[in-house]
Design a binder for this molecule. Structure first.
Ligand code: ADP
Ligand code: TPW
Ligand code: MG
Length: 579
């Protein structure tokens, strides 16, 4: 317990010495009491001393160059650990910079707490123009799961406890905690302060499905001729890896992993239907959704992607409101994934018949064709490299180093890497998630390296990288084992666009043949420029072996990509032809 000893009432004859504490120390003590050991942030008024003091008290404080990246690091820490990742920012502009990450965390169901210092209530509420004045609580509220403000030092304990519980219980998400500047220097009796702290007991209680819901789901499942399991990032988050594996292997039902659920079971598992995605979505008759929403990433559960045959959905989710969000859910299983899968595993112990061989054979036949086609593309040794030949090298890297963490963003760089690079372990693939947001790259890479100590390979489109690129300095400063590979095709989607008027560069192109590797060198890291798959493989291996911060500028044919990667069809098209 830290406290500032201070003599009060010095005039008193008895010279009573009273131990005092203050807002700074109470915030730190409250976080430590709840096992929060890392803070990601950017310092400044009024939280500079909070960061310093937290570091002095043994919390790891990772200082970034921009709050959005600190926020993304906190968000992915939450995903990886099931503990809320904490991001600390200054008021108004710093808060707003962190807010995108908070909203993104909420959208992706990652537990995170954004703690921002704020200006004085009295001045903000009368709009009298305080330093960095902003009604932050009101602005944060619609963009996160919960938002709280603490005005009295004695309430810090309960405020931090509420923030933690709100972030991790039920459907995880982002929480905003507003701490006005005055709070930090408020003093109170140290003993009373210690007593005011709250240790959150059972922050994310198990939520068991009702027995009748389990029976209903088992009945639907047993009626299936062509069952399919879809694993989403909720399943990865739940850390119920053994139960999920047992459910799939005992039932013999093929599974399809969503992007960040890849590796929950290895992508080369005999029951993986990853390489037969279109076939299984179209032809399956019963689909079990495990922590995956029927949002745009699954074509809302209807339309061409899902075929004409009638389909029944069983959905496992902790959030009851998720059921029937897009289509009818025949068997909702509301509960936490670990508990629900355990109940299903119990239920299939008796009277379960594995899916018919025709279904499995049809999937395997499709997989074989698709994997064969892909293998040919990966072997192509074109100069300059296209996406596939470069990805062939990286696929091999992850195969040889399955415990490395892969961070991935971009358009072609994302969509093609997702398909090409097999994952073998849970929670090793971190990417743009539900929003397809650019800018998560360096924040996720830093968060993942700090939280796990594992080597990180960040595969970045040249545009995507630019959103968080300045954090290569942070990577060097903390000497993190991060290897960034930039797929440099001179622009967004392609590097070949031109301005029809001839005045400016095209809107999607960047300076041609940029040397991003020099950015890493500027801060003492290793920069490498590569033009062939062999050079790329060698450079990544070297980086991963040494653990040194490395940036590899991989030259990709500017004409190789397609507009918006795999989701070009979402682009609205103009119907007006200008002469
Ligand atoms: P993906 O993008 O991989 O398809 P989504 O983010 O759409 O995944 O879905 C994740 C779902 O998982 C969310 O609906 C969320 O409520 C749910 N979820 C998260 N954690 C748990 C858990 N422990 N138990 C049950 N459901 C969970
Ligand atoms: C916050 C729009 C989607 S993908 C992308 C942008 C700008 C970059 C694609 O180029 P990159 O990849 O990274 O070079 P590649 O391999 O195809 O050339 N702002 C935000 N999020 C999104 N999604 C965008 C803009 C976008
Ligand atoms: Mg690009």
């Amino acid at each position: 317990m830290s406290a500032v000893a201070q003599v009060i009432d010095v005039s008193a004859a008895a010279e009573t010495e009273q131990e005092l504490t203050d807002g700074f120390h109470l915030v730190i003590d409250a976080l430590k009491l709840n096992d929060i050991d890392t803070i990601y942030g950017v310092p400044g008024i009024p939280i500079t001393d909070l960061g310093r003091m937290a570091q002095a008290e043994g919390i790891r404080v990772v200082s970034f160059r921009h709050e959005q990246n600190a926020g993304n690091a906190a968000a992915i820490a939450g995903f990886l650990t099931k503990k809320p990742g904490v991001c600390l920012t200054v008021s108004a502009p710093g808060f707003l910079n962190g807010l995108t990450a908070l909203a993104n965390a909420t959208t992706n169901c990652f537990p995170m707490i954004l703690i921002s210092g704020s200006s004085e209530r009295e001045i903000v509420d009368l709009q009298q123009g305080d330093y960095e004045e902003m009604d932050q609580l009101a602005i944060a509220k619609p963009l996160c799961k919960a938002a709280f403000r603490v005005l009295h030092a004695a309430d810090i304990g309960i405020g931090v406890a509420r923030a933690i519980r709100a972030a991790v219980s039920g459907r995880p998400g982002g929480v905003y905690l507003d701490l006005p500047a005055k709070l930090f220097s408020q003093v109170m009796d140290a003993d009373a302060g210690a007593k005011s702290l709250v240790k959150v007991i059972d922050a994310a209680p198990a939520q068991l499905p009702s027995p009748s819901a389990v029976t209903r789901a088992l009945d639907v499942l047993k009626s299936a001729k062509k069952p399919l399991i879809i694993l989403g990032k909720g399943a990865a988050y739940a850390q119920a890896d053994a139960e999920i594996r047992s459910f799939i292997e005992t039932s013999g039902i093929p599974f399809l992993p969503m992007s960040m659920a890849k590796g929950l079971l290895p992508d080369n598992h005999p029951l993986s239907a990853g390489a037969a995605r279109s076939t299984v979505l179209k032809d399956s008759d019963v689909v079990v959704l495990v922590g995956a929403r029927l949002n745009w990433l699954l074509s809302h559960g209807k339309g061409k992607t899902w075929g004409d045959a009638p389909k029944k959905f069983i959905q496992i989710d902790i959030e009851p409101k998720e059921m029937d969000s897009n289509v009818e859910i025949a068997a909702p299983l509301v509960g936490d994934i670990g508990s629900v899968i355990e109940a299903l595993n119990e239920g299939i112990k008796t009277g379960w018949k594995a899916p018919a061989a025709e279904w499995i054979d049809a999937i395997n036949a499709r997989k074989e064709v698709n994997i064969g086609k892909m293998a040919q593309r990966l072997l192509k040794n074109s100069t300059p490299m296209d996406f596939h030949s470069a990805l062939g090298a990286l696929k091999q890297v992850i195969k040889e180093r399955p415990d490395a963490i892969l961070v991935n963003e971009g358009a072609n760089t994302l969509d093609l890497a997702r398909g090409v690079i097999d994952m073998y372990q849970p929670r090793k693939r971190l990417d743009v998630g539900t929003w397809g947001v650019m800018g998560i790259g360096m924040g996720f890479a830093i968060g993942a390296a700090v939280e796990t100590g594992k080597p990180v390979l960040a595969v970045e489109g040249d545009s995507a990288f630019g959103f968080s690129g300045m954090e290569v300095e942070t990577i060097c400063r903390y000497n993190l084992p991060v290897c960034v590979v930039i797929f440099n095709n001179n622009g967004i989607y392609r590097g070949t666009d031109t301005d029809p008027t001839g005045r400016d560069p095209g809107t999607t192109v960047f300076v041609a043949d940029s040397r991003y590797d020099k950015m890493m060198e500027a801060f003492g890291g290793v920069g490498v420029h590569v033009t062939t798959p062999d050079e790329l493989k060698r450079a990544v291996d070297e980086a991963m072996d040494s653990g040194k911060p490395t940036l590899i500028n991989a030259v990709i044919d500017p004409a190789a990509g397609s507009e918006s990667g795999n989701i070009g069809s979402l682009n609205p098209q103009s119907v007006v032809k200008k002469k």
